[in-house]
Ligand binder design. Structure first.
Ligand SMILES: *Cc1c(COP(=O)(O)O)cnc(C)c1O
Length: 380
């Protein structure tokens, strides 16, 4: 089954009880049992829910995995991965990553005795010096947020396998339409489904996908024990959004490529970070491991001040100033004061996240309008 067919059909059939084409919202917490322990496969909605189950199976298929697990948010999914670890275990993580993931790793799991090493993974061999007998997990985010660096998933996973370390890829920016990390050797894929998978900025949701039965069993045990599960209404919205994932991402990528070109030629712009540009240092790897370059762009200004950035951010019309990404509408943001405010300034600057860095989530509007909007804001 190819991708455009999968988003509509994989794991989804007419509802077995009524024939409803759209998966019903099973808004129930519990299920009648015939006699104790004898049931129709559902006991309690923290453990299983029919709407959620259809979504979990669909997501597993999209990532070429076997098992899907859904959560109340992307961070709840990430926490589940970390909860497979024990005090004393160590994690090696991408150093340029979603600010909330950084906060969860350092401020929450740090307190439980888990040590995190943040490493620039553009050169995969740099990882080796941080590996020791306690290393249990390698966390990869690519393209990275907000610098849009590209990490060679296959190369990192090969190093991990050599040392029997589990790998998880945050595939939020790429989506399974552009990149399937399990095919490149990763053990797990994580999504903030809040973003492209949902695609309509109307639900907060997370997911994990894996192939291995034992790993899935452990993750499912944590999912049920901790209880950070989504409700059926949110699962329905996700199922609805997914049906157009390929169309949305394709259009957003086309728009992003045109906008990156426009920014590159603008006299007020200093650098443009977009993996689709031949000048981008990860361009060749991106070409190999992704089918297109995504729709996230970051750029900074020649006048590298917060004020200059704010001037642009306050003067766009279609690009709405807001957190988040991956919806049909274009968004603009200032990572230093918004999504990445929880990262200390020195650490931000070390990865190139300067005060004038602006991040775009390019939507699916007409690109001429989007470019005119940016042009106007840059010329204020
Ligand atoms: C938003 C985001 C997360 C966190 O997901 P939530 O759904 O907001 O909890 C994690 N990783 C990336 C790359 C994100 O963009």
């Amino acid at each position: 089954m190819k991708f455009g067919t999968k988003v509509i059909h994989a794991g989804i059939g007419p509802d077995p009880t009524t024939g409803a084409i759209m998966t019903p919202i099973y808004q129930t917490s519990t299920y009648a049992q015939e006699s104790p322990g004898k049931n129709k496969g559902f006991e309690y909605s923290r453990t299983q829910n029919p709407t959620r189950q259809v979504l979990e199976n669909n997501l597993a298929a999209l990532e070429n995995g076997k098992h899907g697990l859904c959560f109340g948010s992307g961070l709840a999914a990430i926490a589940t991965v970390l909860q497979t670890l024990n005090p004393g275990d160590e994690v090696i993580s991408t150093n340029d990553l979603y600010g909330g993931t950084y906060r969860l790793f350092t401020k929450i799991f740090g307190r439980f005795g888990i040590k995190i090493h943040f490493v620039g993974m553009e050169k995969p061999s740099d990882i080796e010096q941080h590996i020791n007998k306690n290393t249990k997990l390698i966390w990869i985010e690519t393209p990275t947020n907000p610098m849009l660096n590209i990490i060679d998933i296959e190369a990192v996973c090969n190093i991990a396998k050599k040392h029997k370390i589990i790998t998880c890829v945050d595939n939020t920016f790429a989506t399974p339409y552009l990149q399937t990390p399990l095919d490149l050797g990763a053990d797990m894929v994580m999504h903030s489904a809040t973003k492209y998978i949902g695609g309509h900025s109307d639900v907060v949701h997370g997911a994990l996908i894996c192939k291995d039965d034992d790993l899935a069993k452990e993750l499912r045990f944590i999912q049920n024990s901790v209880g950070a599960v989504p409700g059926p209404q949110d699962c329905f919205l996700l199922l609805r959004g997914i049906k157009t994932l390929h169309l949305r991402v394709q259009r957003a990528c086309e728009n992003a490529a045109a906008i990156a070109d426009f920014l590159l030629g603008h006299h007020k712009v200093k650098s443009v970070y977009y993996p689709g540009l031949e000048s981008h240092k990860g361009h060749e790897i991106a070409k190999r491991q992704m089918s297109d370059f995504g729709a996230m762009i970051s750029f900074n200004l020649k006048d590298d001040t917060r004020e200059a950035a704010f001037n642009v951010l306050e003067n766009t019309h279609y690009f709405t100033l807001a957190e988040s990404l991956g919806g049909v509408e274009s968004l603009i943001g200032h990572p230093a004061s918004m999504t990445h405010a929880s990262i200390p300034r020195e650490e931000r600057l070390a990865v190139g996240l300067t005060d004038s860095l602006i991040r775009l989530s390019v939507g699916i509007e007409d690109v001429e309008d989007l470019i005119a909007d940016l042009k106007h804001a840059l010329e204020q």
